[in-house]
Write a protein that binds this ligand. Structure first.
Ligand SMILES: Cc1cc2nc3c(=O)[nH]c(=O)nc-3n(C[C@H](O)[C@H](O)[C@H](O)COP(=O)(O)OP(=O)(O)OC[C@H]3O[C@@H](n4cnc5c(N)ncnc54)[C@H](O)[C@@H]3O)c2cc1C
Length: 493
């Protein structure tokens, strides 16, 4: 179309599609090239024999961010009741058979707290109120804004902000100021793993995650998290975005201070006024761009952990499991050390189970179950001896043993099929550096805000980035914000 500026987007993940909608609605002619046959990336979907699995993301958290972004794109999201709040966020199972149900029902929380550690309910309320304040400050000052220069980030006023955000103390040490009981400490800090890090090493800033869960709630969309992708897709198509699947980009051609075009694996070359890379940022610098010095610097940064995911089609229903279940092992700390120090998995891992049929019966054939397991794992490290087949089988046995302890004695006999993603599979499926699916770059203080790789290339000013590995970080709410911030930067240029 004559007169319209053109944009190419590399990757049809949440970040790529959301940016496409922003740009198309602001007059750009947008074309997306996706390496896989389907959209969604880490928020994709698998369907087999009537069982529907969310490939990665399973929880809709921080709904106000979804509301803000979808509203700004003119997409109705929470209107027709197809996104349900969950009263019980998840059940946490401990090895001694103790169970804590995290719930937005304060009375339910109070009874549990006072049974486990008298006086701890009031402390939990303080932890949540303070954590939610951290979340709100973080959103306005650190996460939800673009930084155009270092002085906007590293200034005197922001030093006070970093103190308020509890960046000087680990999440675990901070939680110990509130709780003595070990299970409560684990229950209020394990959420660090959502952003691929350990509560023993990450700042107490991340106490904002359980605080946001307990304050704003956790939601589940009918059709699974992939329905969020579908809503964005249909708006993108209505706005004229062109999608190309099974079209991996081989490199980005540059000249002078501009990115000129993308070269596809099939040999074709497509030019555009701007290029937005939704593919993992360190991968793009390493594999798609010519200059390797920045790529070497990115290699030296810290990377988040990875995960082994098992998706099981089951021919019966196990009511013992709620919609979201978290199993925290007695070896909680040892498990995190195995992940982060050894780049491996504990023999008795903590893990998470998704059973969407509890809220959405369409996720499996009648009287059958669809279960997904996520087990935190070390990221791919070619300097270590990592045999993912061995770890995959060993971990599967550990999960089965733990489920038997809960009374799911016969579950192995009822698995009709299994689809498994190891860190190596994540690395190749979405081109995520080291298979570090929760980032890929870690979220330590020196890799956040202005210090996280920027969403505009320093040299090629018409090359932009969007997604979990640029500002502000991983998780769908952050990636939606990333799309907004990257689009804002493009449109302001
Ligand atoms: C196991 C797991 C559980 C999670 N749980 C949650 C959750 O409950 N809630 C939540 O909010 N978040 C969750 N997340 C995080 C969330 O899924 C991600 O933050 C988000 O989906 C990332 O989106 P993205 O657009 O940044 O990247 P991606 O989804 O990785 O999209 C990038 C796209 O680029 C494509 N691509 C790569 N290279 C090329 C190339 N050369 N050419 C063309 N295309 C290319 C990839 O195939 C991919 O489709 C989870 C993630 C995982 C892995």
């Amino acid at each position: 179309m004559i007169g319209k500026k053109s944009a190419i987007i590399i990757g049809a993940g949440i970040g790529g599609i959301t940016t496409a909608v922003y740009l198309a609605k602001n007059g750009y002619q947008v074309e997306i090239f996706e390496k896989n046959g389907t959209p969604g990336g880490r928020c994709g979907q698998l369907i087999r024999d009537g069982h529907r699995f969310d490939l990665g993301a399973t929880m809709l958290l921080m709904p106000d961010i979804y509301r803000e972004i979808f509203q700004s794109l003119g997409i109705p999201l929470f209107k027709n009741g197809d996104i349900q709040p969950l009263e019980d966020l998840y059940k946490i199972y401990f090895d001694n058979n103790e169970i804590i149900t995290f719930s937005t029902d304060a009375e339910k929380m109070k009874i549990q707290h006072e049974t486990i550690e008298p006086g701890s309910f009031a402390k939990s309320q303080k932890y949540v109120t303070d954590g939610y304040e951290i979340f709100q400050i973080g959103m306005s000052k650190l996460i939800g804004r673009n930084f155009y220069n270092i002085f906007q980030f590293a200034n005197f006023r922001n030093i006070g902000m970093l103190i308020k955000l509890k960046t000087y103390i680990s999440n675990w040490a901070y939680a110990k100021k509130f709780f003595r009981n070990r299970h409560l400490l684990m229950a209020y800090t394990f959420q660090n793993i959502y952003v691929g890090q350990s509560p023993f090493n990450s700042p107490a800033l991340f106490s904002m995650v359980p605080a946001a869960e307990l304050t704003e709630g956790s939601f589940f969309p009918k059709g699974g998290m992939y329905s969020i992708v579908e809503k964005l897709l249909s708006e993108a198509q209505l706005s004229g975005v062109k999608f190309n699947y099974n079209k991996p980009v081989r490199n980005i051609r540059v000249a002078g201070r501009r990115a000129e075009s993308v070269l596809l694996e099939d040999g074709s070359e497509i030019k555009a006024d701007i290029i937005v890379a939704n593919a993992d940022l360190p991968y793009v610098y390493r594999n798609l761009l010519p200059d390797k010095s920045k790529s070497r610097r990115l290699d030296n940064m810290k990377y988040s952990c990875s995960a082994i995911c098992y998706h099981w089609g089951i021919d019966k229903v196990y009511p013992q499991l709620g919609h979201h279940s978290v199993f925290l092992s007695d070896g909680f700390r040892e498990g995190l050390d195995r992940i982060f120090k050894d780049k491996s998995i504990s023999d008795h891992p903590s893990f998470y189970v998704h059973a969407p049929v509890r809220t959405d019966p369409t996720a499996a054939p009648q009287n059958q179950d669809t279960l997904s397991f996520i087990v935190g794992a070390g990221h791919v490290d070619r300097m270590k001896k990592q045999d993912w087949d061995v770890l995959k089988n060993k971990t599967r046995n550990a999960l089965l043993q733990r489920l038997k302890q809960l009374g799911l004695e016969d579950i192995e006999e009822h698995i009709k099929f299994e689809i498994c993603f190891t860190p190596e599979n994540w690395e190749t499926y979405c081109n995520i550096s080291r298979g570090s699916v929760f980032g890929s770059l870690a979220h330590n203080l020196l890799q956040m805000g202005y210090f996280r790789p920027h969403n505009q290339h320093n040299r090629y000013k018409n090359l932009y980035f969007v997604g979990g590995s640029t500002h502000p970080g991983n998780g769908i709410p952050n990636v939606l914000l990333s799309a907004k911030l990257t689009s804002e930067r493009i449109l302001n240029n």
